[in-house]
Every structure is written in C-alpha cells, then in structure tokens.
Design a protein. Sequence first.
Length: 288
Amino acid sequence: MLSGPKVPISRRRGTSAEAEVEARLSCFSIVARPNPDVGIDFQCELLQEDQPSGELFGVQVKGTKTLGKRLQVCVKKTTIRYWLKLTFPVYIIVYDEESQQCYWISFTRILDSVTEKIESNNSTVCFDVDRTLILHKGESKDFVSKVRYDALIMSLQRGSFKPSDKYVRTFPIAYLSQPVIANHQENIRNSLNLLINHYLLTEDVEKAYSLCSFLAKLDNSHYDHFYKLGHIEKLLGNRIEAKRNFERAITICKGDKKWNLLKDSCYPPIEEIILTIEEEIRKLDAGR
C-alpha cells in the first residue's frame, strides 16, 4: 500500500467543479479567488462592453457526481451568516458531473426563507436546485440580468436604492418590510443631517430650517432633531419656537432609558446632554 498524502475524491470533485464554473463565469466577468476563502469561492465583476463595470457578485461552487433525484444542496450556517453581511449578491452554482451542467441558485431570491431555516437546530441550511436555471457556456445573458436585478433588490432592501442613470427614471412599486423601511428612513435621516450642517456652515439658514423642520416631522424620536431645530429657530429670531423645540428635546432625552447603557465612550451621558439643553433655554429666557 502506498503511503503519503491523499487527495480524496471529494476534493478532486470540488476542484473540477470550480474549474468548470470559473470557465463559464470568465465569459462575462472578471473572476478572482478570495484569499483566504471564508465562504466565497469566487468574487466576480461583470464586464460591460469588455470593460469592468464595478458590479460585483459572489459565487460558492458545489460539485456532485450526479444530482439524480437529490434536488438540494446544503451550506453551513456560518457561511450563510457571512453572506448576510455582504453588500453584493451571492449565488450557489452546482456542477453536475453526469450532465455536465451548471445550475445556479440566487441567495437573494431565497433570502426570505433563510431566516427561519437559520434558526433551526441543524448546522446547515439546504436549498432546492431548479434545473431550469442553467449557467450556460458563453455570455449567459439570463444570469447576468439576474445579477443586476438582485443587486438592485439588495440596494432597495438596504435603503440605498439608486435608480437608473437614464433621463427618465423609474422606481419599483413594492410593499416594503419594516426593516427595509427603517433602513431607508435612517439613510434619509443621515443625508438630511449632512445637508443641514452644510447649509448652516454656508449661512443658508432658510434652507437649513426647511430641511430640519421636515426631518423633525419625519422622525420625531431623536432629541438632536429638535435640538438642532431649536438652534436654527434662534438664528431666525423665533425665540418662542426655539424654546419649544429645546423643551421637546429634553422630553425625548428624559424618556430615553437606554442611552447611558448603549452609548459609546465618546458620547456624554444623557444627564449632561439635558444640562446643556437647559442652559440654552436659560440663555433664551435671559434674552441672549
């Protein structure tokens, strides 16, 4: 019997499957192997008229001798949790040696079912293989279109949706889940705060007021919206409204029981913030 290192059939099958998939992906994308491999076999960038497009997607390859009647592939939960952190779509591509076909599964498409499966006691999550979704040799336009569509859906879910750059833009009409709504609201809040600060720095107080009053109506749960609005009202000479907004900010602070527990060390305790706002009210009352 020969002694020495062994290369089991499972490893050889995996290497063969990766080579087959890489050859097909290379027809329409730049294919790179992450090092180290932490759950993605290939990180790819779509080509647009022979040029890199900046549109990324990930691929995890599964090789099998024959799918037969087994229409599922399983992925470790640790890998799934990693995919959930990624900002680009991920695809499982199964290479079937018997038929020499590559079948693809969109992780974005099955995302809704993943949450329930990941809470189970199993160490893996299994997905169905649809034999109609084939990664063909050549341009594979259907797959490329799916990558672009999934990237659009991901941006919608993360609250960073960007419409096409055409002159006439279209927006999807869709019911949004509460987490997606929260993502969009947070992005709007951050963008408005940046614009408000810019207009205050450039002394365009009217624009700052317009945006800040809208922000306070959009999201009335943050003390800083009303604190900032109070300062802007003061700049505009609206002392009564300024005081009213400072008082609203204090009320929100006093109702925030989690601030001191969750705050980072760079932020002051809630009691200190309240004292700062109360000082602003005293200045108003003193005519300063």
